[in-house]
Design a protein. Sequence first.
Length: 121
Amino acid sequence: DGPSARPSTWPRPGRNLKAVLCQRCGSRVLLPGAATFTCRELLLPAMRKKAPAPADGSDGDVVREHWLVRDMFSFENVGFTRDVGNVKFLVCADCEAGPIGWHCVDDKDSFYVALERVAHE
């Protein structure tokens, strides 16, 4: 899963060239150009159809490559979990698969969508 596995839809650095979709149902999460590529190490709970977020973080994955969205209204189709501490997890609003990303409520302008948890078209 290194840089050689990264498709051309993941510019580095830059904006998303293609639409960002839910891997499970294909629903559009972001339009092309709506997010900026960034690296930040975050622990996300394991993917589930409905995304309960375990408080202890025991069942999850460390993800490093994300689309950074600065305005929550840039999303086409995303839902948020209840707060888990100071974090809300992002899920697909149609099928509730997730978490596909992460938002710290202390930083109103940063929403992270994990590249490995979404598809691109």
